[in-house]
Design a protein around this ligand. Structure first.
Ligand code: SF4
Length: 255
């Protein structure tokens, strides 16, 4: 709906508040399934293809990784695989700095909403991006849910929602089942929202207080009227950012 004026989960409020050592634990506790899948694939294969790097890299930026942390995080993982440090610095580092607005046209890119992930750029063979509720084969999704320790009755409920094409509701159900709450009390539209709400719940509201006491942050204030996700009509600056992102994606299509 165009009237949605809730918090904008694309806005980074926690920059520098998480350490790289926390990411493995956070991915299990507080990441939505799409990001767990990307994190696991990255740890397992020490690589992610372009679509995955964009989706996961921007999500991590949204949960608070600084540019320096992002460079360290990706480099450490990639050099454990087939990419050497020199190749990383010459190629991949550019696109990470680009995501943080430090290269090219210096657009400060924001994390993708569920709508964008569900509706655009579907994953092909060898890709781990996308929304598992939308893009995974039901049998594979079932296995993923089993490995998240979701009880069989919960899996049935989730698969029903997926069958009805209610992907975000399926994800909400996944949140409820993994956090042991009956009703999450919000409508899920952003992976970073999933993360923030999960952290609030697990930390008993401590994160929320931190955010409120941080309200002198000017970026936060200026962003309060731009609280639109891609399910709203894009402003002209969003349109420009989208066009530039397409350009960037076209440039970095090789893996
Ligand atoms: Fe990720 Fe959104 Fe899909 Fe959940 S509904 S898995 S947060 S894209």
């Amino acid at each position: 709906s165009h009237s949605y004026v809730g918090p904008d989960y694309s806005v980074q409020k926690n920059t520098g508040k998480i350490s790289l050592e926390q990411i493995d634990a956070l991915s299990v506790k507080s990441f939505p399934l799409c990001m767990r899948q990307l994190h696991k694939a990255l740890r397992d294969s020490h690589h992610l293809r372009h679509g995955g790097r964009m989706q996961y890299g921007l999500f991590l930026k949204g949960i608070g990784l600084t540019l320096e942390q992002a460079l360290e995080f990706w480099k450490k993982e990639f050099i454990r695989g087939k990419v050497d440090a020199d190749k990383f610095d010459k190629g991949y580092a550019y696109s990470i700095r680009h995501n943080y607005g430090k290269e090219g046209k210096r657009v400060d890119y924001t994390p993708y909403s569920c709508m964008k992930i569900i509706m655009s750029n579907p994953p092909s063979q060898g890709d781990y991006h996308g929304c598992p509720f939308r893009h995974s084969d039901p049998e594979l999704l079932k296995q993923k849910l089993q490995s998240s320790k979701i009880p069989p009755s919960g899996i049935t409920q989730i698969l029903e929602l997926v069958k009805g094409m209610h992907y975000q509701l399926a994800c909400q159900k996944h949140f409820e089942l993994t956090h042991d709450v009956d009703d999450i009390g919000f409508s899920l539209n952003h992976p970073n929202q999933y993360f923030t709400e999960s952290q609030k719940l697990l930390n008993g509201g401590r994160e929320l207080k931190k955010e409120l006491s941080n309200s002198s942050n000017s970026q936060q204030r200026s962003n309060s009227q731009e609280s639109m996700n891609s399910n709203s009509a894009p402003s002209s600056s969003n349109t420009t950012a989208d066009a530039e992102l397409e350009e960037l994606e076209a440039y970095f299509t090789e893996d």
